[in-house]
Unconditional design. Structure first.
Length: 340
């Protein structure tokens, strides 16, 4: 038994059964220490309704996107805006000897995801052709719950996904607390199609207040990850979450502009905090920014940075996309894949 809300069975870490029950009640699929879910936008896409902003920005096929995490109950931060069940995150180590192999993770999560999809065949509004296509993912979003870079076999996992015939793209979202794992991905030729660095602060005090990190050197770790992005041989993105009265002050724009110039990423996604999930216990609905406020901040940041410009937006998701004009590439994954 461990203190992380998990136990070890046949040497493989398992999420504790009581926590599994809560996750499954919330429509997660669970296998060993990994989790999978059908997001709100995937379910809407089954009915031919709106697609995720990633479809609009990057051409991702929403109904064929598999969002999962190989580290479902592991994270180094306790972010105030997190919608995930982070009260169960206690352990800061995943022993390589006690984790599932990449192939086993994907095989089992595929089966869990299929169970979640099957329930939609009974909905008369669902488009069966889309459901059929969704059973074989073309896009993988390694995010969901926990921090995926804590999984010690992440390079092997990404390589396994790349080798699957149907795979068109892989997105990885990280909080930047494991810069050594980002170096491994680069060194081991295991970079995903696109790396996101979660970004919410341009100074130490804001960073500590918003992220509530467990590592004593968390600010230094995050800055190492930030600076490594400019040399990554893949597409890079800062995902900036704005929270009212936390990091949305006009006077913070110069510091954010300095920060984004240091990262020199291809894209910036600036979005509002969304009042959903467990975050509703910590923040108020009024802490969400209106789309117009996000847009204003994004345009001010672009102007101050002198290298970014606004190129797209999604009002439903309260998000604005900025592009680096000095490292200009097509936002669409298909165009990128054809030249790489």
């Amino acid at each position: 038994m461990s203190c992380s809300g998990e136990f070890v069975e046949n040497d493989i870490i398992q999420i504790k059964s009581s926590i599994q029950q809560q996750l499954k009640k919330a429509k997660y699929g669970v296998s060993d220490h990994s989790t999978v879910e059908l997001c709100h936008w995937t379910k809407k896409s089954f009915k031919g309704e709106e697609s995720c902003y990633k479809h609009k920005f990057y051409g991702i096929s929403t109904h064929q996107c598999m969002e999962f995490s190989p580290a479902g109950m592991y994270c180094e931060n306790r972010c105030v805006y997190c919608w995930r069940p982070m009260e169960f995150y206690d352990s800061l180590e995943m022993n390589p000897q006690n984790v599932a192999e990449p192939k086993d993770i994907i095989t089992k999560l595929m089966a869990e995801r299929e169970k979640l999809i099957m329930g939609h065949y009974g909905d008369p509004k669902s488009i069966h052709k889309k459901l059929d296509e969704s059973l074989l993912p073309a896009h993988y979003a390694i995010s969901l719950s926990g921090e995926p870079t804590m999984y010690p076999k992440l390079p092997e996992l990404i390589k396994y996904l790349k080798a699957l015939p149907a795979t068109k793209s892989i997105f990885l979202v990280t909080n930047g607390q494991e810069p050594q794992m980002l170096r491994r991905l680069q060194d081991e030729d295991a970079l995903p199609t696109q790396i996101y660095l979660s970004t919410n602060a341009a100074d130490y005090d804001s960073f500590m207040r918003i992220n509530k990190p467990r590592y004593s050197d968390s600010w230094e770790r995050w800055n190492q990850s930030l600076e490594s992005l400019q040399n990554m041989d893949t597409r890079t993105v800062l995902r900036m979450t704005m929270i009212r009265n936390h990091n949305d002050y006009e006077e913070m724009i110069p510091a954010f502009a300095d920060m984004v110039r240091r990262a020199n990423v291809h894209f910036i996604e600036m979005k509002s905090y969304m009042h959903i999930g467990r975050s509703t216990n910590r923040l108020a609905r009024s802490d969400m920014l209106e789309f117009e406020e996000v847009s204003h901040f994004a345009n001010q940041l672009a102007k101050k940075s002198q290298i970014y410009s606004v190129i797209d937006e999604s009002t439903a998701s309260r998000i604005v996309l900025l592009q680096n004009q000095q490292r200009k590439i097509s936002p669409f994954i298909s165009a990128y894949a054809q030249t790489n």
